[in-house]
Design a protein around this ligand. Structure first.
Ligand code: 5RP
Length: 233
C-alpha cells in the first residue's frame, strides 16, 4: 500500500471499530483524519449512522462535514455541553507510550481542546508516524500571540530548542492560525521529556498552546504498508 492508501485504511477502520449512532464526536484535521469524516459522512448518507453530533477542529473539517451534511455544533452548544464521547484525529509523531506530537496542519489548539474534552480518544496514522522519541525529527508547533513572538522565541531557545517561524505557502509572510496567532516550530537535538515540556511551554507568557499531547493516551490505529491495521492501546 502507498501512504494515501494506509491513511484511508486507518481512518475507515477506526470509524468502523468505534463510532456508534448518537455519539458526540470530535473530528480531527489533516490528510488522515479527513478519511474519518468521510467515512462517517458516507455512513450517515447511507442511513447506517444517525444522531451524530459533531465538533470540527478546523475549517478543513467544517468544509468536509458540510459536504456530507454531518451536524456540527460549538463545543459550548447545549447539544454537546462541553463534552465529547469520542475524538478521532491524526498525529505527526507517536512514541512507544502513545504520546503524540500534533499540529502539522496548524490546528493544534482546537485539536487539544477536543481531545482533552473527550471521554475516549483515538488516533489514526500510517506507520511512518511511529518514533522512538518525540520532538527530535518532526517540529513541534507552539502557538503564540503575535505580540509575544520574540520574547517567546528567546524563552524557547533557553530551553535548547531550534526555533522557526512557520511561513505560509501561497501567501506572503507567516502562517496566521484560525485564531489569529503565529506558529513557532521547535525541534530539539537531544532527548526531551514531553510530559514536562507540554506543561512548561504553556507557562511562557504569550504561548497559547503547544503540540505535545501527553495527558490523554489514545488508542492508536496504525495502517501498515502490507495492508494490515494494527490497534495499539
Ligand atoms: C493538524 C494535525 C494533523 O492531525 C497532523 O498534522 C497529521 O496530519 P496528516 O494526517 O495530514 O499527516 O495535527 O494540526
Amino acid at each position: 500500500m502507498n501512504q494515501q492508501e494506509m491513511k484511508e485504511l486507518t481512518g475507515t477502520g477506526a470509524v468502523d471499530a468505534l463510532v456508534k449512532s448518537g455519539m458526540k464526536l470530535g473530528l480531527g484535521t489533516g490528510s488522515t483524519a479527513i478519511h474519518v469524516t468521510r467515512r462517517i459522512g458516507s455512513l450517515v448518507a447511507a442511513g447506517k449512522l444517525s444522531g451524530i453530533r459533531a465538533f470540527a477542529t478546523s475549517f478543513q473539517t467544517i468544509l468536509e462535514c458540510e459536504k456530507w451534511g454531518i451536524p456540527l455544533y460549538s463545543l459550548n452548544a447545549p447539544e454537546l455541553g462541553g463534552k465529547l464521547d469520542l475524538c478521532i484525529d491524526g498525529a505527526d509523531e507517536i512514541d512507544t507510550e502513545n504520546r503524540l506530537v500534533k499540529g502539522g496542519g496548524g490546528a493544534l489548539l482546537m485539536e487539544k481542546i477536543a481531545a482533552y474534552a473527550s471521554a475516549a480518544y483515538a488516533v489514526v496514522a500510517d506507520e511512518t508516524k511511529l518514533v522512538e522519541h518525540l520532538g527530535l525529527a518532526f517540529p513541534v508547533p507552539v502557538e503564540v500571540i503575535p505580540e509575544a513572538r520574540l520574547p517567546v522565541r528567546s524563552e524557547l531557545e533557553k530551553l535548547g530548542a531550534e526555533v522557526i517561524l512557520r511561513e505560509a505557502v501561497r501567501k506572503a509572510g507567516p502562517v496566521i492560525t484560525e485564531h489569529g496567532n503565529l506558529l513557532l516550530d521547535i525541534r530539539f537535538k537531544d532527548k526531551i521529556d514531553p510530559v514536562r515540556l507540554e506543561a512548561e511551554l504553556n507557562h511562557i507568557p504569550g504561548v497559547v498552546e503547544n503540540g505535545f499531547f501527553t495527558r490523554i493516551r489514545p488508542t492508536v490505529f496504525i495502517g501498515h504498508a502490507e495492508g494490515t491495521l494494527e490497534i495499539r492501546r
